[in-house]
Design a protein around this ligand. Sequence first.
Ligand SMILES: Cc1cc2nc3c(=O)[nH]c(=O)nc-3n(C[C@H](O)[C@H](O)[C@H](O)COP(=O)(O)OP(=O)(O)OC[C@H]3O[C@@H](n4cnc5c(N)ncnc54)[C@H](O)[C@@H]3O)c2cc1C
Length: 373
Amino acid sequence: MPVRATKRGAARTALDRDCDVLVCGASFAGLTLARELEGTGARVLMVDRYEIGERQTSACAAPTDWLELLGLNGAIRQTFPKLVVHTSRSTAHWQLPFTFSTFDYRELCALLREGSRSSEFETATVERLEPGALHTVYTDRGVLRAPYVIDALGWRRVLSSSQPIQPPGARLSRGLEVHPPGSADELEIWIDRRYVRAGYSWSFPAGEELRVGVGSFEPRDRVKGGTVALATDLRLEPVGYQGNWIPHQLRPATEHGVFFVGDSAGHCLPLTAEGIRPAFYFALALGRELRRALAGEITREQALARYSEFSAKHARDYKLLLTAQRLVGASTASAPLRWAVNSLNVRRLAFWAFNRYLAITPPEFVQAAAQVK
Ligand SMILES: Cc1cc2nc3c(=O)[nH]c(=O)nc-3n(C[C@H](O)[C@H](O)[C@H](O)COP(=O)(O)OP(=O)(O)OC[C@H]3O[C@@H](n4cnc5c(N)ncnc54)[C@H](O)[C@@H]3O)c2cc1C
């Protein structure tokens, strides 16, 4: 079990502070954004309920190009040029036009944090927002005020004023995985009703551990039984549980003067539940707009409108993936699905499909974002 590092008791002094930019949430989206704001001279404060890197929020696999271009190679554990996909009756080997890598969450967070040393960090649980020209954010340690507030708090979208997002009724998928010690060479996926009725299961090796889990597109379906069954079939001990809800629909990227990024904005891709690369991508895009606003080139309202428009421009891709998710979810044991899986054995088809998939949030965006700094 991970050791809890968050300051508690007397170490938790009261907070009452003003800053220029308040980044709520210090995981993939929040840390990337804080790094993008380095050098602006703005007073940036980041808050999270846990210490940075303390709570792993995913199986931590992402396209290698993204990790390398962001300078995060040091956290990589294993790299995979193909994906092995099992259905109930067959196994396909999809050659990829790019590689995926698994990485260590704590190390990756530390690397991102190294790039944002002039921003401050506090552990606090964010509770709610009072919107205004100067927003007020209430936390369990007191009150924070800033004209620029970012919700990078994950699926719950804490700073929204809309109805709370409540599973299992909300548009969410759910994922659960175990992290047994062990090693393997293949990045593997199962689309098999033995483990989950509508969704898929995975085994992602990461050096000396494997991340074995189940994701269900249907939030009412339980995922623990399938996770244990898959680990058992792989002769692994189901230990080191971690799970979460996963948004599978794009949400508005701004609301009452607040910016939302990563899972809070529904940026996780439907079908694959790949949420790390979109969190990086949209955080870079948001950083670009905030830098302009902080430099006085555009107003806060213009930054909100530009970022909102940028996010919404991706709606078509998200809708397509959601349609694919619904089709896969409705047909996990069907012959057409097996045919589709096996057809990607053809290298040209797999390259075409995965290049299109990568282009939704392309790694070249890292260089493009750096050029406008
Ligand atoms: C089991 C599982 C496996 C996954 N595997 C992958 C994978 O291999 N690859 C991939 O690309 N995606 C994966 N995903 C999806 C991915 O984890 C998310 O899309 C990604 O973490 C989103 O990043 P984020 O920064 O927006 O939010 P998060 O990573 O969820 O971070 C939110 C941060 O906010 C903090 N926080 C939350 N509420 C509060 C509060 N009230 N006050 C203060 N702090 C708060 C949290 O502590 C956390 O640090 C997986 C998801 C699950 C559930």
